[in-house]
Design a protein around this ligand. Structure first.
Ligand SMILES: [Zn+2]
Length: 453
């Protein structure tokens, strides 16, 4: 057996691992590269394999950096099944359609405004490409092993977002366990990541391999920010992933109102049509999180859902506060949040709360590093509002939790491969695992093929 590390190697995005075994080839995740331009440009390159040779894709979860390149795979000739859990299947449909739409709109906008260096600016893939991809998605159950050629696949819950999974891939003699993205043990909504099964090799994420999250609860960070904008009568703008993060934020704000810790009358605007659809899936698949049936619908009944572009513009025209706006995308790479930053970013009464991981090269990362202006749609926008960041909202295990998860398996793996982390984070975790668990641990290079026999 051999693993080729074709993405998320030495970096966080573009997850793509090709497993070969006696003529069977499967791709574990097929994610989009995000962040720096040189990474994004990788999306336009041919895959380093023949798409027709791939038997199947095994998808861990619905985040774009794991599923976002599936339409490219199909556009370039792949016709096989794409396996995933039921919630992941429905989330992937929503996310890929949205991704195609954003790319089409961005290309269109760039062409109309003439600020793209490429003429004409093109989308990476279209809605049509996505529509050809969706029928290939096939639902699988957790803990129900199935066969792809000479390989056996088994899914385990990873806690990270709705439907997210770790995946075990084995041949007749060896087992590789892919962690996927691992959630936190104390997430308010998602269950704990399941312990890995027996495995010879573990391919583990390392997003936060070099640090522990703050011990301050996300609920308390929110409370502090909301009380501050209540006083300044400002706007609290929270750029958020529409999947996972947004639902956690809505849940915690509702809890704060219920307990009287923040004024109940502060309006909360959820400006993400995709996020709304996702929230319905949180209701439908309540078995996959900690809340009971009906509880998520109750939360959504109290939120102002912004549906049309006109409503979104009207929200920008009304400068009165206090109010809370949650809008995608989480790293401000696109989406409606950009228009809100243009509308509210220059007013010192307002506040932007960065509640998620910010990949280098994104606007969110620039703000995190104190940028006083950011470029949006070809123009510079002054940032005079307060910018607050917290890793308490993270949907990713931190260093201590990654090690806890690795130790929770029934055996000591022969080797651990660290992926899905910036080089520094992955290398720090490598040293820590070497030292504390005496496990052979490596950080594969992008494109590296490693035999696992
Ligand atoms: Zn993820």
């Amino acid at each position: 057996m051999e693993i080729e590390f074709l993405g998320a190697a030495g970096t966080v995005t573009g997850s793509k691992f090709l497993v070969h075994n006696h003529g069977t080839q499967i791709l574990v995740d097929c994610g989009m590269f995000q962040g720096f331009k040189e990474l994004r440009e990788l999306n336009w390159k041919d895959f380093p394999f023949d798409t027709k040779d791939i038997n199947a894709v095994v998808l861990t979860h619905a985040h774009l950096d794991h599923c976002g390149a599936l339409p490219l795979l199909v556009k370039r000739g792949f016709k096989g099944p794409i396996y995933c859990t039921e919630p992941t299947l429905e989330l992937t449909e929503i996310i890929l359609l949205d991704s195609a739409k954003i790319q089409e709109e961005d290309a269109d906008y760039a062409n109309r405004k003439g600020f793209s260096k490429h003429t004409p600016a093109l989308p990476l893939y279209t809605t049509e490409d996505v529509e050809r991809t969706l029928p290939l998605l096939k639902p699988v159950k957790l803990h129900a092993p199935f066969q792809i050629g000479s390989l056996t696949i088994n899914y385990f819950s990873s806690g990270h977002i709705l439907g997210a999974a770790s995946v075990s891939v084995s041949n007749e003699s060896k087992k590789i366990h892919f962690s996927g993205d691992l959630g936190r043990y104390s997430d308010p909504l998602m269950p704990e990541p399941e312990a890995p099964p027996e495995a010879n090799f573990v391919v583990m994420e390392s997003t936060y391999g070099d640090r522990d999250h703050s011990a301050v609860l996300s609920k308390d960070v929110l409370k502090k920010c909301i009380l501050e904008i209540t006083k300044s009568r400002g706007v609290l703008l929270i750029p958020s992933f529409a999947v996972g993060r947004a639902q956690n934020l809505l849940f915690e704000i509702t809890e704060l109102k219920k307990s009287g810790e923040i004024p109940v009358q502060i309006p909360v605007y959820f400006n993400s049509p995709m996020g709304l659809e996702v929230s319905k899936l949180y209701e439908k698949y309540h078995d996959f999180h900690r809340l009971g049936s009906g509880q998520f619908a109750e939360i959504m009944a109290e939120i102002h859902c912004v549906k049309t572009a006109e409503d979104s513009k009207a929200l920008n025209d009304d400068k009165s506060g206090p109010k809370i706006i949650i809008a995608a995308s989480g790293m401000m790479t696109g989406g409606r949040v950009l228009h809100h930053v243009k509308a509210f970013g220059s007013d010192p009464r307002n506040m932007i709360l960065l509640a998620g991981f910010q990949t280098p090269g994104t606007r969110g990362h620039s703000l995190l590093n104190g940028a006083k202006e950011i470029k949006i749609h070809g123009l510079y926008v002054d940032i005079n509002c307060k910018v607050v960041s917290s890793d308490s909202f993270s949907a990713h295990a931190d260093r201590t939790e990654l090690i806890r998860w690795l130790k929770s398996g029934p055996n000591k793996p022969e080797r651990v491969f660290l992926v899905h982390g910036e080089s520094l984070a992955a290398d720090e975790l490598r040293k820590r695992i070497n030292r504390d668990l005496s496990l052979d641990t490596v950080v594969p290079r992008m494109g590296q093929a490693i035999a696992v026999n």
